[in-house]
Every structure is written in C-alpha cells, then in structure tokens.
Design a binder for this molecule. Sequence first.
Ligand code: ATP
Length: 497
Amino acid sequence: MRGGAPRGVRFGQPVQPVMQVGKSGDGFADLILAALTAAWWLLRTVAAAVWRFPVVTAGVAVVAVAYVQGEVLTLLVVVCVVVAALLTWWLLRPASFARWVAGPVRRRIKRRSVHRSWPGLCERAGLSLMEVDHRAGGRTCWTPGLSRLRWISREHEVLQGQVRILAGQTVDDVSAASERLASACGARACRVMQTSPRSASITWLYGDPLARPVAPRPVPDVPDCAAVEVGQREDGAPWQLRVAGTHLLVVGVTGAGKGSVIWSLLAGLAGGIRSGVVQVWAVDGKAGMELTAGRALFSRFATTVEDGVQLLEDAAAVMTERAARMAGNSRTHQPTVEEPLLLVLVDEVALLTAYTPDRKLRERAEKALAALATQGRAPGVVLVAALQDPRKEVLGPRNLFPTKVAMRLDEKAQVDMVLGEGAREAGAHCHRIPESMPGVAFVKVDGVREPVRVRASYYSDEDIAELAATYAPSTVRPGVLQVVGDMPVTVAGGEAA
Ligand SMILES: Nc1ncnc2c1ncn2[C@@H]1O[C@H](COP(=O)(O)OP(=O)(O)OP(=O)(O)O)[C@@H](O)[C@H]1O
C-alpha cells in the first residue's frame, strides 16, 4: 500500500505511533532511550512553537532577556509608548491604520490559520485518505498538499494556494468540498480551478470586488478581439471576453443586466468600430428600446422581427461568401477594414424564434441562427445573443455558443441549462445572485472546466450617448463592405455599387 502512496503529499499524520519504547529488557538502555525520546520531543515542540508563533515566542524571549538584564521597567515603558502611539493612530487615522497595521496583521493571521488548519479542514471535508500499514500495524492519514498560499489581492482579500491532490482523488472531489472549505475558513466563497491533472488552484474570497458597480474601462484605440475587457472578475482581475472565433450567449431574467454586458462589449470594440475593422449589425426585437441609444455604432440596425430575420439571413450570406473565398487559402479570418469582423448582435433573440407567431419567419430565423452559430466562427462572423428564458424550445442551438454568460436566473435548474452540466455544482449559483447586484454573472468558456463569477462595467445613458458620438464608424470607403440603404454591398470607387 505504501508503494502506491500518493506522491507530492505535504501533510502526513501518523494516527497510531509505530515506534514502541521499552522492549529491550535492559533497564539502563531503556532509560537512555526514554531520555533521548523526551529530549527529541522537547526540541520538536520548541521548534514548532517558534515556527508557529514567532511573534509570541519573540515576545517571551524579549521579556526573558529584559528580566535577566534587570530592564523590565524600561521594557514596560517602551511597550506603553508603542501601544499609545498605535491607539492614537487608530483614533486619528482609522483608514490608514487599517491599511498599514490592522489589515496586514489580520491577513497574516488568516493566512497562517488556513495553512495550519488545512490538514484538519481536509479531514472534516472528507478530503483525507487513510492508509493502513498491515505489517507494522500503523495507520497514516494523508491530506492533499497545500503550497504557495498567498494573498493575490490584498484590497479585495483574495487568498490563493496550490493544492496537490492525492492519487485516487479528482479535482471534482476538492470542488465538491469548496462550500465546506469556504465556511470553515470564514470566507464568502471558495473556488477550485484545475491547473494540471494532479493539481488545482484554490481561492478563498473574503471580500467581494463585485459588491459595487464596476466603472467603464478606458476604450482602446485598437481592440484586442481575443481579450476584450468588459468588467471585473471576483478575484479582482479584469474580466476579458474573447470575441474573435467564438459566439457569445448572454442569459438572465429581466433586469439582470444583460444590457451592461452588451454595452461593455461594444465599448471594448469601439476603437475597431470607428476604424472599420469591426462592424456591428444589431437586432433589437424590443422595437429598439434597448439598443437605439447606440444606433450610430451599428452599420445595420433592425427593430422589427421581419427586418431582424432579413438581417440574420444577410449575415449568413456574407458568411457563406467569405467561407467560400477562404476555402483552401486560410482557416482563420484576419479582420481588416476591407473585410471586418462582423458582429451580429441580437437582443432578446426569443422574439425572433419562440415568440414569433409567424411560423415561416420563425423557421427562417432559426435556420439563419443555426447557420451563423455552426459556421460563422472561422469566416469572422460572430453571433452575440441575449435571452431571458433559457429553455431549449426558446433557443435551440445554445450549445453552439462557446462562451456563455449566465446572469441572475429564476431557478437553479436553469444554471446547468445555460452553462452546461455540472456548472452549478462547480459553484455557479446564478439563482442566488441578488436583485441588488445587476451585471453580476457566471461565465463559462468551452474548454475551461470552472465557471468564473464576474460583473460587467456599468454604462449610464450618458456614457452610451458619448460612446456612440465618439466611435461611430467612418463613412463610405472604396472596396469595403458597407451597408447602403439596408443591404450589405461592397462599395467601389467611393460610391455605392
Ligand atoms: N453592470 C451593472 N452595474 C450596475 N447596475 C447595473 C448593471 N447593469 C445593469 N444595471 C442596472 O440594472 C438595470 C437593468 O439592467 P438592464 O436593462 O441591462 O437589464 P436586462 O437584463 O437587459 O433587462 P431586460 O431583459 O428587461 O432588458 C439598469 O437600468 C441599471 O440601472
């Protein structure tokens, strides 16, 4: 059994002592052995105390030295002066005291307490494995190793470490215990993310950087379509969304903040919209209520179901024509002014599919959406769809969206419906997002096991108006895909062809 014992284990606790004292039958030898054992125990205990409680042991040492030197009074005066100075600081400047004294001390205590209690935590959370040595008659309790424990965000109190999982365990086992690990450590949440087949990063979140609205990000002149910054992640890092070579589905009940994801995305791409490297065709099934404010950013805009379906079919035609041209030459589309990345944005897509009474229109919309979702990625035609109701009969090709954003949802069963099976178990509690936190969501990207909690930047009506006024696409350019009237055409010699 020991041969198969897990490698990389950092904590191993023998539960039953294997070494036995007093079997030699020689009284003097037994005495020496007992004295050596006692000395070894004392040495280990003192070393452990110094290692575990350095401040306390240093304090005891200082008091002992002062006592020996006969300077106890001087020490008392020094201690009183330091305490008085700290008290005055705390009373006069509580914020700077919290920043420079209380915060670091609290974080240090918390980090050490998590590190120290980790073996016990693992045992209570069912993450330990018991190994029985039948020959020696002992048992050893193995717990997953915890290393590199550090605060990755002091401001938001995010503590992260690396867990080396035991042979016979999976990262899912650690994920399943994450809620217990969070409450045992007094954290708001605990997230587990696989980093290699045998290890995972474990993050305890004490503060919540998403508790307050996230301010809009600066608009880059040249957008990075592989990582558009649209908000903040719960670990304090920026939330970046891939746009090129993917499709994005945003789902949430009314008022969940789907609009903020859309506006954040448009703002992140605005530099490209102005230069013409990105083109946005938008459909607002709610008669333009949501998107009209950004009308100037769109090369094409539909506010009725008929126009919306036509727009989707035209986008599918552009996609087919590009794909035919690219066949045999290139497999990835490089956005240029001549052939921009085409973002097809559909707000409340259900109005074109499930809620349209006209069966023919519905079928045309479903066909165009399915074509865009299945073939649009390579030729640079990206579908971004927002939806309130995640049921399959409302939007069929949900699984064809590699990036899914689930905002506040009504029922917990809807979480896996949007993000895929196992997402709720992995911590995506969209049904628990409070109404008071619009813009908060869980994002799941295909190929990444764990959903990530995020909040989109908030754009006020004034921000949107300014965005539209500043970043509207430049006018007609020769040889460029343009929309004239309501039709996409390539303009020759600066005039509509
Ligand atoms: N990221 C955000 N941060 C702070 N507040 C937000 C955010 N997003 C939205 N809100 C607030 O929530 C309200 C509702 O947002 P929004 O209209 O985007 O929701 P929605 O999901 O699009 O709803 P509907 O489906 O009914 O259009 C907004 O008026 C705004 O006040």
